[in-house]
Design a protein around this ligand. Sequence first.
Ligand SMILES: Nc1ncnc2c1ncn2[C@@H]1O[C@H](COP(=O)(O)OP(=O)(O)O)[C@@H](O)[C@H]1O
Ligand SMILES: [Mg+2]
Length: 249
Amino acid sequence: MEVADVHKRFGPQPVLRGTSFLIQAGEAVVIIGRSGGGKSILLKHLVGLLLPDSGQVRVFEQDLATMGERELLKVRRRFGMLFQMAALFDSLTVYENVGFVLRRERKHTEGEIRRLVAEALEMVDLPGIEHKMPSELSGGMRKRVGLARAIVYRPEIILYDEPTTGLDPIAASVIDALIRRVWRHLHVTSIAVTHDMKSARAISDRVLMLHEGCIYAQGSTAELLESTDPIISDFVNGVDNELAPDKTP
Ligand SMILES: Nc1ncnc2c1ncn2[C@@H]1O[C@H](COP(=O)(O)OP(=O)(O)O)[C@@H](O)[C@H]1O
Ligand SMILES: [Mg+2]
């Protein structure tokens, strides 16, 4: 995947101002940056849900902006997505939620769907909960069912938007561990955005820092934590992290 000099503005407000980076197949990457900094907007560009004002997004060596809707759908089929607001359907069982995309595609028998759903639920350590309703699950379990739904059709790239936001620390570390497991066992490319450095360290090998619409820095979490650049250091040490307790005066 290659993002090359992408600019995007909403009215007068520039959000992406020349964002560029490369991600190789099989990498586990986290994009960090402050809230409102354009991380979700950037993720939407990676699957063609938004198109850049200028610059290019190439995925599987194709420029998304040149594709028709049918081609875009084919590309999106190769992605799994766990988006912040992607809630489960409350009126459907876990089985129906996780198997939803497979059933819509009409390419699998019901028996195959059963097996694939069971495997996906096992991958997130929730075997045998097919019959449960979302209302019976905790927030962390719902996220894990969301993850099962994202992996059930064997995507090549998985996008995570703030996968641990809103979870307590224990549920969050469970999700981090599952993201790592999915990356290792399913050999996917893993791309997550978060403002949580702890999560970034747990799930990625490489961190890209989005700052003022550009990739300001990149490296391992250790490298970023050791940086003497005040912008990097303030962010990774939590000064600029709205959820960090040490921001309270
Ligand atoms: N559809 C939209 N129309 C106008 N402005 C938007 C839209 N979506 C996001 N924005 C603005 O773009 C900025 C970046 O948003 P977002 O990518 O959601 O930030 P992040 O995910 O890093 O918290 C925010 O200031 C937000 O208000
Ligand atoms: Mg966001």
